[in-house]
Design a binder for this molecule. Structure first.
Ligand SMILES: NC(=O)c1ccc[n+]([C@@H]2O[C@H](COP(=O)([O-])OP(=O)(O)OC[C@H]3O[C@@H](n4cnc5c(N)ncnc54)[C@H](OP(=O)(O)O)[C@@H]3O)[C@@H](O)[C@H]2O)c1
Length: 259
């Protein structure tokens, strides 16, 4: 029997993390690289030097890396990312579906365009990327798929109706796919972050009064950091996590159960 430490070793595995030049995606990409995985970084409109900086940090772990640019609201992005990854890696073993769009609007002011952008990337690209990358995992009899949801699955923000609905869709997809993936050695799970400090919420949380209001809803009493999600992603990506599938795992300091 392997030692538990060895079970966490990701050496030789190839990972793709969408939206990984910053925020939670970057934290997960670096975490996987630190544990030995080769990592393909995907980015969209963040400055190219941010993406290159992430690549340098990944390379410092002595693993292989690659970079692909794609707009995930585009129906053909999955093909583009797949082709770019095939230029570098034989296949992808670990697929982390992290990128998303969040639009804040009262329910009666949601536009068709904002609805489409959020559903195209948050739900659509999740399906197209899974369709593209899972067949290789099936052939290999080993694979990991991780979707990124949100505490909003459980505590929807009243001004993020579409966003929170798309995040709830993640766990439904995970539950739908895990039974058919299981026999092929593929696990699929959802990580649901609470309030993790990234560019997404930097501006809102710079308002002390608002930050205090949000902190009151977090039992541990502090905001999370990207590494809080990376630790769980490493577990789920590794053989140490092989018996976890079809799950919705919250990384939220207890926010989902607070009053
Ligand atoms: N931060 C939180 O408190 C929190 C809480 C709950 C859930 N989450 C979820 O965690 C994930 C990461 O959040 P984050 O806070 O790290 O987000 P973030 O800092 O806002 O980063 C969003 C990521 O999505 C990518 N992206 C945006 N539009 C895209 C498009 N059209 N095509 C392709 N990629 C696109 C961005 O790529 P570029 O950088 O290249 O633009 C970026 O990497 C998201 O799924 C989010 O919903 C976050």
């Amino acid at each position: 029997m392997k030692k538990i430490k060895e079970l966490f070793n990701l050496k030789g595995k190839n990972a793709l993390v969408t939206g990984s030049s910053r925020g939670i995606g970057k934290g997960i990409a670096l975490g996987l690289a630190e544990y030995g995985a080769n990592v393909m970084v995907h980015h969209y409109d963040s400055k190219r030097d941010h993406a290159e900086q992430t690549l340098n940090e990944i390379n410092a772990f002595g693993v292989k890396s690659g970079l692909v640019f794609a707009d995930l609201t585009d129906r053909h992005a999955a093909d583009l990312i797949y082709n770019a990854s095939r230029d570098i890696f034989k296949g992808i073993d670990i697929l982390v579906l992290n990128a998303s769009i969040q639009v804040r609007d009262p329910w009666d002011q949601i536009t068709y365009n904002d609805f489409r952008r959020q559903t195209d990337i948050n739900i659509g690209s999740t399906i197209w990327l899974i369709q593209k990358f899972v067949p290789y995992m099936k052939r290999n009899n080993w694979g990991r798929v991780i979707t990124i949801g949100s505490v909003q699955q459980h505590r929807p923000h009243p001004e993020m109706l579409v966003y929170s609905a798309t995040k709830m869709a993640m766990i439904n997809m995970v539950r739908s796919l895990s039974p058919s993936f299981g026999k092929s050695g593929i696990t699929i799970n959802n990580i649901a972050p609470g309030v993790i400090l990234t560019n997404r919420n930097k501006q809102a949380l710079s308002n002390d009064q608002y930050a205090k209001h949000v902190l009151n809803k977090i039992p541990v009493g502090y905001f999370g950091e990207s590494n809080d999600c990376a630790g769980l992603a490493i577990l789920l990506s590794s053989d140490a996590g092989r018996y976890i599938t079809g799950s919705d795992l919250l990384v939220d300091g207890g926010m989902n159960v607070s009053q």
